[in-house]
Unconditional design. Structure first.
Length: 382
C-alpha cells in the first residue's frame, strides 16, 4: 500500500516538462525513471507474492492467475488507448498539450493507485500465516540458498529465455509491419487488437486446461506451439498485415502460457522449498525472478538495436535495405521462436509435477501434525 502515493507522484513527474538545459533534462528524467520503477517494485513484488500467500490449493492459484491475466490483457489494451484519449480530452478543454500530458499521467497514476488500494483492501487478512523467516539473515545468504535449488534455477532460466523472446518479438512487430509488410501505422492497430482478443481467449482456455491437466505440460505445449509457429514464419514470410496479425496471435500462445502459468510454477517451487528447508521465501524468490525478467527484457532490446544497426537499418530512410528487412523478419520469426522452444525445453526439465506436488502436500500435513511422513515418490523435487 505504501507504493500508492509514490506511483501517483512519479507517474505525473515522468510526463512533466521541465524548462532546463538538455543535460539537466537527462538527469531529471533518469532520476524520475529510477524513482518510478522503484515505486512500481514496491507494489509488484508483494502483489505477485499474493498467489502463494492466499491459498495453497493448486487449482485456486491457477484460476486466480487466469482471471488476473484476463484483466491484465484488457489493462494493456486500455494502457495503449487511454493516454491519447485523455490528452485529447484535456486539450479540448483548452489545456496546452504539455499540461495535457501531465494531467493525463496524473489521471493514470490515480487509476493505478486506486487499483492497488482495492487489491490491498480485498486481500487484507486473507494471507496464510507461515512461520516467520529469520529477518536477521543477510539478503545475499537467502539468495545463495535459493540459487542452489534446481527447480528455482530452471524457473528463472525459463523466465530469462521467455522475456528475451517476447521482447525481441514485441519490439519488432511495428518494424516488421511497416518495413517488411509495408503497412501503415493505422494498420498496426489490427495487429494489437487481434493479439488482445486472442490473449483474452487463451487466458481463459489455458487456465481451464491447467486445472484439468498438469500445468507444467500445458505450459510446455502452448510454448512449443508458439515457438514452432514463429519459426515457421521464416519460411512462410510476411506478405500482408493479416499475416502479421496471425504471427502476433500465434506468439500469444507462448506469451499467455507464460504469464498465466509461470508464477504458479514458481509458487509450487516456493511451497516445496518451504517443506524442504522450513522457510517460506516467496518474496526473495519473486524478487530475483523479477530481476531475471528485467534482464531478459534489457538483453532483448539491446540485441534488437545491435542487430538492426549491424544490418544497415536507418530510421530516416523511407525504404530500408534488404539486409535490414531480413534482420527484422528474423527477429519476428525464428529468433523468438527458437528462444520459446528453449524455454519449453527448460520447463520440461522442471521436476515438480502435479502428482509429486500433491504427494508433498500430503506429507506436509502429516509433518505439521507431528506425525510420521514419507517423501517417497517426490524425493527428486527436494
Amino acid at each position: 500500500m505504501i507504493s500508492v502515493i509514490p506511483i501517483i507522484v512519479f507517474t505525473m513527474l515522468l510526463f512533466t516538462a521541465v524548462n532546463v538545459s538538455a543535460g539537466m533534462k537527462f538527469v531529471y528524467f533518469t532520476v524520475m525513471t529510477i524513482f518510478y520503477w522503484t515505486s512500481y517494485t514496491l507494489f509488484n513484488i508483494p502483489y505477485l507474492s499474493l498467489g502463494s500467500e492466499l491459498t495453497t490449493n493448486n487449482d485456486e492459484k491457477t484460476r486466480a492467475s487466469s482471471i488476473r491475466q484476463v484483466f491484465g490483457t484488457f489493462g494493456l489494451l486500455f494502457a495503449n488507448a487511454l493516454p491519447l484519449l485523455l490528452v485529447t480530452a484535456f486539450k479540448n478543454m483548452g489545456v496546452s498539450e504539455v499540461r495535457a500530458w501531465m494531467l493525463a499521467a496524473l489521471t493514470l497514476g490515480f487509476i493505478a493507485g486506486l487499483a492497488i488500494l482495492i487489491t490491498w483492501r480485498t486481500t487484507r487478512g486473507w494471507e496464510i500465516k507461515y512461520r516467520p523467516s529469520d529477518k536477521s539473515e543477510p539478503l545475499l545468504k537467502s539468495l545463495g540458498k535459493v540459487l542452489t535449488y534446481k527447480p528455482y534455477i530452471l524457473i528463472i532460466a525459463a523466465s530469462f529465455l521467455f522475456y528475451f523472446a517476447f521482447n525481441t518479438c514485441n519490439a519488432t512487430v511495428i518494424y516488421n509491419a511497416l518495413v517488411v509488410v509495408g503497412a501503415t501505422e493505422a494498420d498496426t492497430a489490427i495487429v494489437y487488437t487481434s493479439g488482445t482478443i486472442v490473449g483474452v481467449i487463451l487466458s481463459m482456455l489455458i487456465g481451464k486446461l491447467a486445472v484439468k491437466y498438469d500445468k507444467k505440460y500445458v505450459f510446455i505445449i502452448f510454448m512449443a506451439i508458439a515457438g514452432i509457429a514463429l519459426s515457421a514464419f521464416k519460411l512462410i514470410g510476411f506478405h500482408s498485415i493479416t499475416m502479421q496479425a496471425v504471427q502476433f496471435c500465434m506468439a500469444h500462445f507462448g506469451i499467455i502460457s507464460f504469464l498465466v502459468l509461470s508464477y504458479n510454477l514458481l509458487y509450487d517451487t516456493c511451497e516445496v522449498y518451504e517443506f524442504r528447508c522450513g522457510e517460506m521465501l516467496t518474496g526473495v524468490m519473486i524478487s530475483y525472478f523479477s530481476f531475471f525478467i528485467k534482464l531478459g527484457k534489457a538483453t532483448a532490446l539491446q540485441v534488437v538495436g545491435l542487430i538492426l544497426e549491424a544490418r544497415g537499418y536507418q530510421a530516416e530512410l523511407a525504404v530500408q535495405p534488404d539486409s535490414a528487412k531480413a534482420a527484422v523478419t528474423d527477429m519476428s520469426s525464428w529468433i523468438p521462436g527458437v528462444l520459446m522452444l528453449l524455454c519449453a525445453l527448460v520447463i520440461w526439465r522442471y521436476p515438480i509435477t502435479r502428482e509429486k506436488f500433491r504427494a508433498m502436500q500430503e506429507a506436509k500435513k502429516l509433518k505439521l501434525a507431528g506425525q510420521d511422513y514419507s517423501t517417497e515418490g517426490f524425493e527428486d523435487i527436494l
